[in-house]
Design a protein around this ligand. Structure first.
Ligand SMILES: Nc1nc2c(ncn2[C@@H]2O[C@H](COP(=O)(O)OP(=O)(O)O)[C@@H](O)[C@H]2O)c(=O)[nH]1
Ligand SMILES: [Mg+2]
Length: 202
C-alpha cells in the first residue's frame, strides 16, 4: 500500500514526509535531481515522493512535461495500491504561480494535478506548507484564495477534511495533518496503518 506525495520542487515534500513519519529523507537537495519516485518503507506501507513538477531553473519545457506525464502514468499504473494522495503547496508562492499561468490562459499544473487526483478518486489532502511565511492575520485570506483556485469554494474552513495548513519547519499544524491522514486511513478500512502516524510526545 502506498501514500503518494506530489507537488512542485522545493515546496517541502521531503520536509513533510520527515514531519509525518519522523524518518529522515533528503531535504533541500538541488531541486529536480530526484527523477525516480523516492520510496520510504514503513513496514507494509510505503510513502512515495514523486519528482517535483513545474518550472525549475535549467529545466527544459520538454523535461517539465515529461515529469508531469511520468507522475500521471505512475498514478494510473499503480492506482490499485495507492491509498490516497498528498498534494503539497507553498502557501506564499501558490497564488502568484496560478495567476501567472492564468494570464497566459493556461491551467497551472498544480491545479491540474489536484483535479487529476480527484478524478482518480485518490481523495487528495492539500498540504499548504510554509504557512510560517504568511503573517497570521493574512492566513485566512491566503487559504480562501488557495481553495478557490483549486475549485473549492471559500471559506477554507469548510474543507478541514481536505486542506491542512502546516509548517514543516516549525511543526505547526502537523498534529492536525496526522489526524487527517489517520482519518483517511480509517475511511479506507486501513486502521492498522495508523500506527505509523503517531503523535510525537513533545
Ligand atoms: N520556511 C519554511 N521553509 C520550509 C518549510 N518546509 C520546507 N522548507 C524549506 O524549503 C526547502 C525545500 O524543502 P524540501 O523538503 O527539500 O522540498 P521538496 O523539494 O518539495 O522535497 C528547504 O530549504 C526546506 O528547509 C516550511 O514549512 N517553512
Ligand atoms: Mg524532495
Amino acid at each position: 500500500m502506498e501514500i503518494v506525495l506530489v507537488g512542485r520542487s522545493n515546496v517541502g515534500k521531503s520536509s513533510v514526509i520527515r514531519q509525518l513519519t519522523g524518518k529522515r529523507v533528503p531535504v533541500g537537495k538541488r531541486p529536480g535531481v530526484t527523477r525516480r519516485p523516492l520510496r520510504l518503507k514503513l513496514g507494509e506501507l510505503e510513502i512515495v515522493d514523486m519528482p517535483g513538477f513545474g518550472y525549475m531553473a535549467g529545466m527544459s519545457r520538454e523535461r517539465q512535461e515529461a515529469v508531469k506525464t511520468e507522475i500521471v502514468g505512475y498514478l494510473e499504473e499503480n492506482r490499485e495500491k495507492i491509498l490516497f494522495g498528498l498534494e503539497v503547496l507553498d502557501a506564499r508562492a501558490f497564488g502568484q504561480v496560478v495567476e501567472r499561468w492564468g494570464r497566459r490562459g493556461q491551467l497551472p499544473v498544480d491545479v491540474e494535478m489536484f483535479q487529476f487526483l480527484q478524478e482518480m478518486k485518490l481523495h487528495p489532502i492539500v498540504v499548504v506548507n510554509k504557512i510560517d511565511l504568511v503573517y497570521p492575520e493574512e492566513r485566512g485570506a491566503v487559504l480562501d484564495d488557495i481553495c478557490e483556485k483549486l475549485g473549492l469554494s471559500a471559506p477554507w474552513r469548510q474543507w478541514l477534511d481536505v486542506v491542512a495548513p502546516i509548517s514543516a519547519k516549525t511543526g505547526e499544524g502537523i498534529a492536525e495533518l496526522k489526524k487527517l491522514v489517520k482519518q483517511r486511513l480509517s475511511e479506507l478500512g486501513q486502521e492498522r496503518l495508523q500506527k505509523y502516524f503517531k503523535l510525537s510526545k513533545s
